[in-house]
Write a protein that binds this ligand. Structure first.
Ligand SMILES: Cc1cc2nc3c(=O)[nH]c(=O)nc-3n(C[C@H](O)[C@H](O)[C@H](O)COP(=O)(O)OP(=O)(O)OC[C@H]3O[C@@H](n4cnc5c(N)ncnc54)[C@H](O)[C@@H]3O)c2cc1C
Length: 343
């Protein structure tokens, strides 16, 4: 059985088929609601149901509290209608001709930049240009049907070649394969199925100075955005804060330092939270979002793009808005949640 969903304030309507989530049906109809992980582990797609019955699905209390559920809030990636529904959501304006597609991809190169960081280059089919907004991600579809998400680290290009930065999670279903032993390790020329492009984390047009905040491989989508800004002549002031536990976590530090001379109004602040004496680290320490707050205590005129560990993204959102006066609507983020975060 299918049901109709009406979105307020746009009055756009779409149909949800049996078993589909509200979010998946909206995306299939070309209506983009804000979203990121699609598995109930982040809160990006949280929104209000004005009327109608639905099955809310599971999500941990830190993502959506009982109080919020009682007020009619739900995660649209989990909610499945049991009647026609009306929902409130701020639709994301994206080009309607960029379609989410499932396609094969071929591994072209594997470069280990640190013990736990692999840069993977993927070739997508040459038949159609692979279009996406810098900042978006793709999903690998594993043989058992599970999905694993990775952000594109380069802007779209004519050769349909995509760069990914993959951190090893020991014991992880996918990354053990990427970093495995000789027999099991991912190989150049291997074919993997992907779904892309996904997510609503991308650069918005704005005159506001941009602050990019990354932890670990959260640098990947930010690299794509900064390279896109450089290529398109976007001259807004940019500050990049990149945090890691150890200096080696800033695996493309030299590239980021180089942007200071190649981009017109760009400053890079590397931040290391757990340097050891042998690291001989002389730069900034502590939490990376705190470094932003120390340098720019008033964020009311800025725009922030944050990406990486969910705890960093949550703390930055809370402190930037509550303490530094950043408007809520100027904080854009992708949290690198895992399937286990949704359990
Ligand atoms: C929108 C989005 C974009 C992403 N982009 C990137 C990216 O560009 N680069 C990147 O490296 N990752 C990215 N991730 C995370 C990535 O999708 C995987 O979750 C991660 O690589 C683990 O995959 P796995 O299959 O190896 O581990 P899993 O099989 O999912 O996990 C195995 C075990 O490890 C634990 N675990 C997993 N991750 C962590 C962690 N970070 N810290 C502690 N324990 C953990 C899990 O709880 C689980 O018990 C992104 C996630 C999202 C939602």
């Amino acid at each position: 059985m299918s049901f109709k969903v009406t979105v307020l304030p746009s009055q756009h309507e779409f149909t949800v088929d049996d078993g589909q989530s509200v979010l998946d049906a909206a995306l299939a109809a070309g209506i983009v609601l804000p979203y990121s992980c699609r598995n109930g582990a982040c809160s990006t797609c949280k929104g209000k149901v004005v009327s109608g019955e639905y099955e809310a699905g599971g999500a941990p209390a830190q993502i959506i509290s009982q109080e919020e559920r009682d007020q009619g809030y739900t995660l649209f990636c989990q909610a499945r209608p049991l009647s026609d529904m009306t929902i409130e959501a701020h639709e994301v304006r994206m080009a309607s001709d960029i379609q989410i597609r499932k396609m094969p991809s071929r591994v072209m190169s594997l470069d280990k930049l640190a013990d736990d960081i692999m840069v993977v280059k993927l070739q997508l089919p040459a038949s159609d240009p692979f279009r996406y907004y810098p900042g978006q991600y793709l999903d690998f579809i594993l043989k058992d049907g599970r999905h694993r998400s990775y952000s594109m680290a380069t802007p779209p290009n004519e050769s349909n070649l995509v760069e990914l930065h993959i951190r090893h999670t020991p014991g992880g279903a996918f990354t053990d394969h990427v970093f495995g032993t000789a027999a099991t390790q991912m190989k150049v020329r291997e074919i993997l199925r992907v779904e892309a492009p996904l997510g609503s984390f991308f650069l918005r047009e704005s005159d506001r100075p941009a602050i990019f905040l990354a932890s670990g491989t959260g640098f990947a989508p930010i690299k794509a955005m900064i390279e896109h800004m450089a290529a398109s002549g976007d001259r807004r002031p940019v500050r990049l804060y990149w945090g890691g536990r150890r200096p080696a976590d800033l695996y493309m530090d030299a590239l980021a330092r180089g942007w200071e001379s190649s981009l017109s109004d760009f400053k890079y602040v590397p931040v290391v939270s757990e340097a050891t004496p042998e690291d001989n680290w002389r730069g900034r320490g502590g939490f990376v979002h705190r470094a932003v707050m120390e340098d720019i205590p008033d964020l009311s005129g800025h725009q922030v793009y944050a990406c990486g560990a969910p705890i960093m993204v949550d703390n930055a959102r809370r402190d930037f808005i509550d303490v530094c006066g950043l408007p809520e609507s100027e904080f854009y983020a992708d949290a690198f949640t895992t399937a286990a975060d949704a359990a």
